[in-house]
Design a protein around this ligand. Structure first.
Ligand code: BTN
Length: 253
């Protein structure tokens, strides 16, 4: 792999419950007496997950061997817990850049970190951080990206790379490319955060468009105007009033 550290160590599994669980287990062990050092950038990748997890307690379903389902271990100790949303931003941007490099059009990041193509979901991200006092000790970044799957029977709003470009892609090559883009964004985060904010906002799904949302059970028409540093979505109602929404309280209609 032509990266500095992301993907230089890979645990390849045929079947696992969830690569995020497996990665968290590796981190736990490395902290115990067994002390097997886990390097930053380590990946856990599985052909099939029996209990792939999504955000909000949802499942992540992916056919055996057809897509990329993996977790990346990072130690972003340079970020304060209050800055953890930067991880959502850089990982989403890395996936966005990867798809862009394959000439995929109409890509957008649906807040907080779903990757959409033509309004359908191609990738999901589940970030689980371990915090200690005022730092992020470790981060397990789970990424599911639909590459070659053609039928999504029970997931009507899903799309894959194959459905977009019309041909099968090599999973290992995709992984390698994706790791390169994520690494660049991670390094960019260390040197120039302002551009990360700008790029994330530029890619945001439905930004500045008048759309329907459901907030705490109430339907309303509003525009996405931005995201706060802590990661709250800012919706502007038609009367100009701004609402700050937490992840669990907003639904895109
Ligand atoms: C979402 O869109 O809700 C997030 C989906 C995240 C799925 C990935 S697949 C690899 C990793 N392991 C998991 O159990 N989940 C993440």
């Amino acid at each position: 792999m032509e990266t500095l550290f992301i993907g230089q160590n890979i645990f390849r599994l045929k079947v696992v419950d969830s690569t995020n669980n497996y990665a968290a287990g590796l981190l736990r062990q490395s902290g115990s007496t067994e002390r097997k050092k886990i390097f930053e950038g380590t990946l856990v990748i599985a052909s099939f997950q029996e209990q792939g997890r999504g955000q909000r307690g949802n499942q992540w379903q992916s056919k055996d061997g057809e897509n990329l389902t993996f977790s990346l271990i990072l130690f972003p100790q340079f970020l304060k817990p209050s800055e953890q949303f930067f991880l959502n931003k850089i990982i989403s941007l890395g996936v966005y850049d990867f798809l862009g490099s394959l000439h995929v059009k109409k890509i957008a990041i649906k807040w907080p970190n779903d990757i959409m193509v033509k309004g359908k979901k191609i990738a999901g991200i589940l970030i689980e951080n371990t915090l200690r006092s005022n730092e992020i000790l470790s981060s397990v970044i789970g990424i599911g990206i639909n590459i070659n799957q053609q039928n999504f029977e029970k997931i009507p709003n899903a799309i894959s790379l194959r459905k977009i470009i019309g041909k099968k892609a090599d999973l290992d090559k995709c992984l390698e490319k994706l790791c390169g883009f994520i690494e660049s964004r991670y390094l960019q985060l260390k040197t120039n955060r302002t551009n990360i904010d700008k790029d994330y906002l530029n890619c945001l799904y439905q930004k500045n468009l008048t759309k329907k949302y459901k907030i705490k059970g109430i339907e309303l028409v509003a525009e996405i105007s931005g995201v706060t540093p802590a990661g709250f979505l800012i919706l502007q109602k038609m009367n100009g009033e701004e609402i700050f929404c937490d992840f669990k309280e907003v639904e895109f209609l």
